[in-house]
Design a protein around this ligand. Structure first.
Ligand SMILES: *[C@@H]1O[C@H](CO)[C@@H](O)[C@H](O)[C@H]1NC(C)=O
Ligand SMILES: *[C@@H]1O[C@H](CO)[C@@H](O)[C@H](O)[C@H]1NC(C)=O
Ligand SMILES: *[C@@H]1O[C@H](CO)[C@@H](O)[C@H](O)[C@H]1NC(C)=O
Length: 406
C-alpha cells in the first residue's frame, strides 16, 4: 500500500483517488476468468484441442503477457474507463492498452479515437460541453442519418475528465440525443454503462504501474490537421514516451503502438529503448494488393529496426487446400525476418455461427460456431507463434494462455 500511495502522489490527488477506488489491497491477487471461456470450450468441435482445454477448467489461471487488454474489457465495460481496466486486470491481462489522444490544452487522455466522444461518452447530453463539439448533434431526417463529431481536441483535459464513459455505439436513425446515444451492439451490454470513469494517460500509467503490469499506449492518428495550434506530430510522439520516463517506468514494460510508420521510426531513432518494443499496427493488409505489398515490405521494415508487427489477426492465417487453418504468407515472412507478432483483436466479432466478421475473413469457410475462436487462437499461438493477442474480453485469451503456459 505504501507503494501505491507513493506512485499516486506522483500524479497528484486525482490519480491517488483513482487508485484508492480499486484498493482491495489483498496480497494474493486471484485471476478470475468467469463463465465465458467455459461456454466457448463447451461449444468447441470435438477433438484433442477441446479435450486439452477441458482439462484446464480448474486453473490455476495466471496473469499473462500473452494477453493484451484491448481498451480494457469493452465486450461489457465502457472502453478505456477505470471500470474497464479493473475488469481487464481481474481477467489476467498482463498488458493493458490506453489509446492516446490529445486535448485542446495538449494533454494526453485515453480514448480510442481523437473524435469518438459522441459515441463513447455522454458529451452530447452535456449542455455545457456539447456546443464545443466540432459538429454538434444533427437529427436523422429524410433518410439522412443522424450525426455528430466530438473530439478530445475540442475540450480541455479538465472538461474531458468531467465526462462519463459509455458503451461505444450510436443509432443512425435517432431524432433525439437520447436515441442517438442508445446504440450499443446487441452482443455487448449496457449493464455497466453507468458513468464510466474516463482516464487521463497519466492516471492510466499510475494505475497500471500500481498493479505491476505492462503498458501498451497507442498514439492515435490525429483527426485534426497537424501541427495543431503549434503541436507537431513529433512532439505528440515524444510526449507519449516522456510520460513513462517521468513516471520512472522501465522501457521494457512499455509497448508503444502506432498505425503510422513514421511514429514507429521516430521512436526507433529518438527513443531507441522504447522503440525496441514499438508495435507497428499494419492496416495495409486490408486489401489484397495491400496485403501483398505489406508482405513484400517485411524485410525492409526489419532492416529499419521494426521488431513487432501487428496486423488484424485475419491476415496471419489462411485455409489450405485440405481445409486446415495454417499460417499465412504474411506471418511466414514476419517470422523469417526475425520479428515478433501481436494480433488484434479477439472478442470484437459477436457470434461466429455465420463464419465471423472482418477478423475471420480468411478462415470464414471453416468457422461456424463460437468455440471455433479457440481453434483460430491455437493456430496463432502454436503455428504462427504470436507473442500476444489483444482481446476485448481478456479472460477468453487468459484461459488459453494459462492452459498452454504462455
Ligand atoms: C435504421 O433504419 C433503417 C431503415 O428503416 C433500418 O433498416 C435500420 O435497422 C435502423 N437502424 C437502427 C440501428 O435502428
Ligand atoms: C441526459 O441527461 C439527463 C439530465 O441530466 C438525464 O436525466 C438523462 O438520463 C441523460 N440521458 C442519457 C442517455 O444519458
Ligand atoms: C502496391 O505496390 C505497388 C508497387 O510499388 C504500388 O504501385 C501500389 O500502389 C501498392 N498498392 C497498395 C494498395 O499499397
Amino acid at each position: 500500500m505504501q507503494y501505491l500511495l507513493t506512485s499516486g502522489l506522483l500524479f497528484g490527488l486525482a490519480s491517488a483517488a483513482v487508485i484508492k477506488k480499486d484498493g482491495y489491497g489483498h496480497k494474493n491477487f486471484n485471476v478470475q476468468v468467469g463463465p465465458r471461456p467455459y461456454y466457448l470450450v463447451n461449444d468447441m468441435d470435438e477433438g484433442p484441442l477441446k479435450e486439452k482445454m477441458k482439462k484446464c477448467s480448474e486453473g490455476p489461471f495466471k496473469v499473462s503477457d500473452f494477453v493484451f487488454a484491448h481498451r480494457g474489457a469493452p465486450l461489457q465495460f465502457p472502453e478505456h474507463t477505470l471500470e474497464s481496466y479493473n475488469a481487464a486486470r481481474r481477467q489476467g491481462a498482463g498488458v493493458i492498452e490506453c489509446d492516446v489522444a490529445f486535448t485542446k490544452d495538449k494533454q494526453l487522455v485515453c480514448r480510442h479515437a481523437q473524435c469518438d466522444l459522441h459515441t463513447t461518452t455522454n458529451i452530447l447530453n452535456r449542455t455545457d460541453l456539447a456546443h464545443k463539439c466540432t459538429a454538434p448533434f444533427t437529427p436523422a431526417s429524410n433518410g439522412t442519418p443522424a450525426k455528430a463529431l466530438c473530439c478530445t481536441s475540442d475540450i480541455t483535459e479538465a472538461e474531458f475528465k468531467s465526462l462519463c464513459g459509455k458503451m461505444d455505439g450510436f443509432n443512425p436513425n435517432a431524432t433525439t440525443v437520447k436515441e442517438y446515444m442508445d446504440g450499443t451492439p446487441n452482443f455487448r451490454t449496457d449493464l455497466y454503462s453507468t458513468c464510466g470513469t474516463v482516464m487521463a494517460h497519466n492516471e492510466y500509467i499510475a494505475l497500471v504501474d500500481s498493479w505491476g503490469l505492462k503498458f501498451t499506449p497507442e498514439l492515435k492518428t490525429p483527426e485534426v490537421k497537424m501541427p495543431f495550434n503549434g503541436y507537431t506530430q513529433q512532439q505528440y510522439a515524444q510526449d507519449l514516451i516522456n510520460a513513462y520516463k517521468k513516471a520512472g517506468i522501465h522501457p521494457s514494460r512499455v509497448f508503444p503502438q502506432s498505425f503510422l510508420p513514421d511514429d514507429i521510426f521516430y521512436w526507433i531513432d529518438h527513443e531507441p529503448k522504447f522503440g525496441k518494443q514499438a508495435v507497428y499496427l499494419d492496416e495495409r493488409v486490408d486489401t489484397l494488393e495491400g496485403y501483398a505489398n505489406a508482405t513484400a515490405s517485411i524485410p525492409a521494415l526489419a532492416k529499419r529496426g521494426v521488431k513487432i508487427m501487428a496486423p488484424a489477426f485475419f491476415a496471419l492465417t489462411k485455409v489450405d487446400a485440405k481445409g486446415k487453418i495454417v499460417p499465412s504468407e504474411y506471418a511466414i515472412a514476419v517470422g523469417k525476418a526475425g520479428m515478433e507478432i501481436v494480433g488484434w483483436s479477439f472478442e470484437r466479432s459477436g457470434w461466429l455461427n455465420k463464419g465471423g466478421d472482418y477478423y475471420y475473413q480468411y478462415v470464414s469457410s471453416v468457422i461456424n460456431n463460437d468455440g471455433d475462436m479457440y481453434t483460430v487462437l491455437d493456430v496463432l499461438a502454436q503455428k504462427v507463434k504470436i507473442r500476444a493477442m489483444f482481446s476485448d474480453w481478456p479472460a477468453t485469451v487468459t484461459y488459453y494462455a494459462s492452459c498452454f503456459n504462455l
